[in-house]
Write a protein that binds this ligand. Structure first.
Ligand SMILES: OC[C@H]1O[C@H](O[C@H]2O[C@H](CO)[C@@H](O)[C@H](O)[C@H]2O)[C@H](O)[C@@H](O)[C@@H]1O
Length: 615
């Protein structure tokens, strides 16, 4: 397939999501859940791996035309694409109703001017592009089935079709709705959809959701789009949150750094919740907290750093040999071996997100409080061990400084929870431990010669995760070691165009992450840099970097995980929660009236909750 990653739009219903290219092709769709096998997987291969293209008919020897205009309808996740042709103009409105039933993709074609011949080509391939469906005609409805899975195609007017393609003409003022609904074959036929009513309900849903946002600043369009994208990555039935809706969109075009992000990482979900909570969204925090209690259960000893959306633990990684990969970036992987890693930072991230939610007004929950205490008690046994760290390196375990800092955060937030009177725990012991970790990090994780914290104890490498040191309240922003670290990261981890790498890679040799190949600038890290620059008073630089980051967004305001400065393209899974959470939190840091207290940044100060909702 020939679409850039940033050419895609996301539509979704908080159960799953689809990617729609600017020529009207849906090239990625997993049903019924984000982490179910894809029924359309063209983005990782060819049209034969599954696509649903809908747009003006075009000659066989020319590529399908890109829409002349495209955008979301207001703050919603309803995508509107318009084409001008020699014979007229047409609009296609794509959306997935968040109605709670089986997931559906709805596409409404509307003639705007003249007459336009449209073509719908639907190639459903079950099992990630592998299996052709059996096609059954049931009256005027079409069922495409393979084994226990099926999708139904319904249209509001009968369309003449040959094989997988239907051509039809729309005239000015005429509308035709097409719906693809997922349905288990053991169930009766999916109810006949009403896309016109569903469109109204979907628009109302997103409008109401966006109105709750408390941001009132200069970046409101970008912030609301990022928050809407984060909402789209939440899974309403369980409260889980995916890191991204895709697998194996490459971090290195043509390379092997291709991973499956359709799971709930404790870290990514916690950062997502921190961003949503910062703008007044507590329902998502409550749902995630419930998910957390259910997924972890009482099994603290066997805590995983990620789970399936339903709390599944077995996320065994495997390669899909039949998919050539996005621009031949292979292997395509599903599952994620990082699920079995030791990553000490997740304790701090979970405790911090729940701390933010509590301060923002989320009511206490006894089971969640108990869980937090159990997590921290377990961390007492673990914090001194080496681990795989925030970046989930596949090389040897190390004493990553960020992991230790986040262990400090876990103890700090637990101490604050106890001090608030909402929980009982070994206050004195944990205070001592908090001090011990602090001392150890400052002794072993800091290089006095270069005046910078380092990636791991005794190492000479830097790591952008060290930018969180002032943000989490480990040290004040004006501490000279913090300023030295920010400056060292700027010097050594900046790309030529001014963005930030996570850590140095080694080209074709294996670097610290145990992987060959390089990668792009990690967008979350650049947003952290924005926050740090603002915190040390270099506000103009912070704004300039933030503006540069905003300019990397796709025309629809979307961000993948990384930016490749060589090809000047977005790379990695898309859209990614990290990047959008980073954007939202950085925008908040740039609000002049926000006063942040230390320790424990990202606190909700009254000024934020008091501002009026966006119109
Ligand atoms: O760099 C190798 C690792 O890359 C992925 O991890 C990254 O994505 C995660 C989900 O957003 C994020 O939590 C982590 O911080 C990132 O490094 C991949 O999931 C790993 O399996 C892989 O080892």
């Amino acid at each position: 397939m020939s679409h850039r990653i940033e050419d895609y739009a996301i539509i979704g219903n908080m159960q799953t999501a689809a990617l729609v290219a600017h020529d009207g092709s849906v090239d990625w769709l997993c049903m019924p859940r984000f982490d179910s096998p894809a029924v359309l997987a063209g983005v990782l291969g060819t049209e034969e791996h599954g696509v649903w293209r809908l747009g003006p008919a075009h000659p066989k020897d020319t590529p399908p035309p890109a829409a002349n205009r495209r955008g979301y309808d207001g703050t919603s996740l309803i995508l509107v694409s318009e084409w001008d042709t020699e014979d007229g103009a047409v609009r296609v409105t794509d959306f997935m109703p968040p109605s709670g039933g089986g997931p559906q993709v709805m596409r409404i074609v509307e003639g705007l001017r003249g007459r336009v011949v449209m073509r719908s080509t639907l190639r459903v391939r079950f099992g990630y592009g592998r299996f052709m469906p059996r096609v059954h005609q049931v009256g005027d409805r079409t069922q495409l089935a393979f084994g226990t899975d099926a999708v139904w195609l319904d249209t509001t007017s009968p369309l003449p079709s040959v094989d997988d393609t239907a051509e039809f003409t729309v005239r000015e003022g005429q509308k035709i709705g097409l719906t693809l609904s997922w349905q288990d074959t053991s169930l009766v036929a999916a109810p006949r959809p009403d896309p016109y009513a569903a469109l109204q309900d979907t628009a109302a849903f997103w409008h109401t959701w966006a109105q709750q946002c408390t941001y009132d600043g200069p970046y409101s369009t970008a912030v609301v789009r990022s928050l809407t994208t984060l909402k789209a990555l939440t899974h309403a039935p369980t409260g889980g949150i995916v890191a991204a809706p895709t697998t194996s969109l490459p971090e290195d075009l043509g390379g092997v750094r291709n991973w499956d992000y359709r799971y709930t990482w404790l870290r990514d979900a916690a950062i997502t919740i921190s961003a949503l909570v910062a703008y007044g969204y507590l329902d998502e925090a409550r749902a995630w907290r419930t998910w957390l209690v259910r997924a972890i259960g009482d099994d603290i000893e066997r805590l995983q750093i990620m789970y399936g959306l339903g709390g599944e633990r077995d996320l065994a990684e495997r390669e899909l040999w039949w998919l050539p990969g996005y621009e031949k970036s292979s292997p395509v992987r599903i599952g994620n071996a990082a699920a079995g890693q030791l990553q000490l930072d997740v304790y701090g991230e979970v405790l911090d997100a729940l701390h933010q939610a509590r301060r923002a007004g989320l009511e206490p929950d006894a089971r969640a409080t108990e869980l937090q205490l159990l997590l921290v008690a377990h961390l007492e046994q673990l914090w001194a061990k080496p681990d795989e760290g925030i970046w989930e390196v596949r090389g040897p375990r190390r004493h990553f400084v960020h992991s230790k800092v986040m262990a400090w955060v876990a103890f700090d937030r637990a101490i604050q929870l106890i001090e608030s009177g909402d929980a009982d725990g070994p206050l004195e012991r944990w205070r001592e431990l908090r001090d011990t970790i602090h001392r150890e990090v400052c002794e072993k994780g800091y290089d006095p010669v270069r005046n910078t914290f380092t990636q791991s104890y005794g190492s000479k490498e830097l790591d952008a995760s060290l930018l969180l040191i002032p943000q989490v309240g480990f040290l004040p922003a004006d501490d000279e070691r913090v300023v030295g670290t920010i400056e060292a990261i700027q010097r050594e981890l900046s790309t030529p165009d001014g963005f930030i790498l996570r850590y140095p890679t080694e080209g074709e040799d294996e670097g610290v992450d145990g992987l060959p190949g390089d990668e792009g600038a990690f967008l979350l890290c650049a947003f952290w840099m924005v926050e740090d620059l603002a915190m040390i008073g270099r506000t103009d630089e912070a704004h300039a970097l933030f503006d540069k980051l905003l300019a990397l967004r796709s025309p629809l305001g979307l961000l993948a995980e990384e930016w490749d400065p060589r090809s000047k393209r977005q790379v990695g899974n898309f859209p990614q929660a990290f990047s959008h959470a980073g954007l939202a939190l950085a925008a908040r840091r740039l609000m002049p009236q926000v006063t942040l207290s230390l320790p424990g940044q990202r606190s909700m100060e009254p000024s934020l909750t008091a501002v009026p909702a966006i119109p």
